[in-house]
Design a protein around this ligand. Structure first.
Ligand SMILES: [Zn+2]
Length: 160
């Protein structure tokens, strides 16, 4: 089961149809609500399967984090923060570093996600947990650079 299947599964359970059709020029995806709790997600029909899954999940994030502000930036940030919990939890960043990833670009390639999403997610983690995030025997550190420290041996990766 890949990311696209998970998206379709989640949308089926919520009875949210996913329609592959361009809605607004220049937009890759869109969530429409009818105001009575029903919603429809539109996804760019030209997007690859993986990209469609990302776009659809982003729209699903809007479903779960309703507009609380008229600021588009804030609304988008909120949706992306919700999405980050599913697509890039700290343990996946740790796994990526263990696999040799050093940069946002490496991580983006490893998980086939947009680089901008990876960078923003890591930035958000850095802002909300300055001292790092603990997962199993690792501390994921953001300052002064993205790294992981083994709490048992003190070993730091990537090596500098
Ligand atoms: Zn959005």
């Amino acid at each position: 089961m890949d990311r696209y299947d998970s998206l379709m599964g989640a949308c089926n359970r919520l009875r949210i149809p996913v329609i592959r059709s361009v809605v607004i020029q220049g937009k890759e995806g869109m969530l429409f609500r009818n105001g009575r709790g029903r919603a429809v997600i539109f996804v760019n029909p030209l997007a690859s399967r993986n990209r469609s899954a990302y776009i659809g999940m982003h729209e699903l994030a809007h479903y779960y984090s309703p507009i609380y502000s008229y600021s588009e930036t804030k609304t988008e940030m909120r949706a992306n923060r919700w999405l980050a919990k599913f697509l890039l939890p700290p343990r996946l960043i740790i796994n990526a570093i263990l696999d040799g990833c050093c940069t946002c670009q490496d991580i983006a390639e490893k998980y086939d996600l947009p680089q901008e999403f990876i960078c923003k997610t890591i930035e958000n983690y850095a802002q909300t947990s300055e001292r790092g995030v603990i997962y199993k025997k690792w501390i994921l550190k953001f300052v002064p650079y993205l790294s992981i420290v083994n709490t048992v041996t003190g070993e730091e990766l990537p090596e500098r």
